[in-house]
Write a protein that binds this ligand. Structure first.
Ligand SMILES: Nc1ncnc2c1ncn2[C@@H]1O[C@H](COP(=O)(O)OP(=O)(O)O)[C@@H](O)[C@H]1O
Ligand SMILES: [Mg+2]
Length: 450
């Protein structure tokens, strides 16, 4: 609960909404109360004026108003809203009003406006002394007057009652709309892969957010530079290590020619194998560093058949040494969007794995399926396959499945993944269903060149 409250307090959108809502409601309330009371007072003044005017009419036209007059009932008019005009006893007369009058008014009412209580009701009355010395009172029940005044005052408040919710909704929508670019920016950043250090687009962003975007872009540029420096360091280190390793391997070759005892020869074989393994590791490291370069290789269109042919040519000796049946089972061709170098490195690593991990006399089948947008290359082998729980991890650098006797660096599938990511391809590992042994089926889905 506290977490949500804390978040609310820190949310600009929430604070803006709350303060603006309070301001709108406060101003509307004040304006409403003011206009209600001023309309209420105006209505009362108008009604007082009407009473005065009636009195003036009676006076000017010398209308007869008798003491015992009863108001006539007018059809269709609420008896409560009637206006009563009645004669008042002279100011010097008896203190009690005469019987039979419509209103039992106190006798010594002074001229002018009064509010008096008669017959359990409040009355507003105007007393006036006429030219001939007689007196009249014009009166009306305050309840009716108040009701009329209240109704007219309420009507002046109505616009506020309608306006406030409309304004509140409008404000909510506007504020949400204004914060939309921020949400978009955040989801944009969230969806990025860690390799994508391209600057954020600043188009259509509010000016207030620009400094952040500019700062984030500067940070991204710094991170990209530092990642680049590190990659270059790995590449340089691998490169630098190659020369001494080549020298070592030459020395070992020379030693091979020399006379030596059988145990020494045996050790020399182990030494040469170690040197060979290190050369392979360095080559793979260099390949990984190359494909990780931030400068993307140009993406032209290459024929997939042509690249496969090159790869098979290179790897055929290895396959033959294990008597593997390695071949293409479809001759469909298509052009894919990738640089030849990238595609070759990628396919070489996949086919190399299939050859290495398939036992002698096994079978490796390559097939291609093409549809409108993509080219799918499937590589099935009859090797041990990869357990489901390992299928994600084998793409990690230096990760190798345990109990694996093959020489390797654990970098092959990392290289494959890196290239696939940058050319917009995807790699899926499955159990090969067609082969009699479990086997691995690699599905490489490439983008077709347009
Ligand atoms: N075709 C395959 N059949 C069985 N296991 C495989 C296959 N390809 C890859 N693997 C497993 O995945 C691991 C990682 O492969 P990779 O990254 O190419 O490294 P490396 O081949 O140098 O060991 C390998 O060690 C191997 O255990
Ligand atoms: Mg490999």
């Amino acid at each position: 609960m506290d977490g949500i409250q804390g978040k609310m307090k820190r949310s600009l959108q929430y604070r803006l909404s709350i303060w603006l809502s309070l301001a709108i409601i406060g101003i509307a309330l004040a304006a409403g109360v003011f206009s209600f009371f001023s309309a209420f007072r105006d209505a009362h003044e108008l009604q007082d004026d009407q009473l005065k005017q009636i009195a003036a009419l009676v006076s000017r036209h010398h209308l007869q108003v008798t003491l015992a007059d009863h108001p006539e009932s007018v059809p269709d008019i609420d008896p409560e809203s009637r206006v009563i005009v009645q004669a008042l006893p002279p100011a010097t007369g008896s203190a009690q009003a005469a019987d039979g009058q419509a209103l039992l008014l106190p006798a010594n009412v002074r001229d002018g406006m009064h509010t008096v209580a008669v017959h359990d009701h409040e009355w507003r009355l105007f007393a006036k002394t006429l030219d001939d010395g007689s007196r009249i009172a014009v009166a009306q029940q305050t309840e009716v007057r108040d009701e009329v005044a209240r109704d007219s005052a309420l009507r002046t408040v109505m616009p506020f009652v309608i306006l406030v919710p409309v304004l509140l909704i409008l404000m909510g929508v506007l504020i949400r709309q204004m914060f939309k670019p921020l949400r978009h920016l955040a989801s944009d950043l969230d969806e990025r892969s860690e390799q994508n250090l391209e600057p954020l687009s600043a188009t259509n962003l509010p000016l207030e957010i620009m400094p952040f975007v500019v700062a984030i872009n500067r940070l991204l540029a710094r991170v990209a530079r530092s990642v680049d420096v590190q990659r270059r360091f790995v590449a340089d280190a691998a490169h630098e290590l190659r020369t001494p390793l080549t020298a070592l391997s030459l020395q070992a070759e020379r030693l091979d020619a020399a006379e030596m005892s059988p145990p020494a020869k045996e050790r020399l074989v182990t030494l040469k194998r170690g040197i060979q393994r290190n050369r392979m590791l360095l080559d793979q490291l260099l390949a990984l560093a190359r494909v990780q370069q931030t400068a993307y290789g140009e993406r032209n269109a290459v024929s997939i058949q042509q690249v496969i042919r090159q790869v098979l040519e290179d790897l055929l000796p290895l396959a033959e040494s294990k008597q593997l049946d390695l071949g293409m089972i479809s001759d469909v061709d298509a052009r894919v969007a990738a640089s030849e170098m990238d595609l070759k490195t990628l396919l070489k690593n996949l086919v190399d794995n299939a050859i290495r991990y398939t036992p002698e006399n096994g079978r490796i089948d390559l097939s291609i399926k093409v549809d409108e947008a993509s080219v799918v290359l499937q590589i099935d082998d009859t090797g041990p396959g990869i357990a489901v729980e390992e299928r994600e991890r084998v793409f990690d650098p230096f990760y190798r499945v345990l109990g694996n006797d093959e020489v390797g660096s654990g970098l092959g599938l990392s290289i494959v993944k890196t290239i696939a990511d940058r050319i917009g391809a995807s790699v899926a590992l499955r159990a090969a269903s067609s082969s009699p042994t479990p086997g691995l089926s690699v599905l490489l889905t490439l983008k077709r060149a347009m």
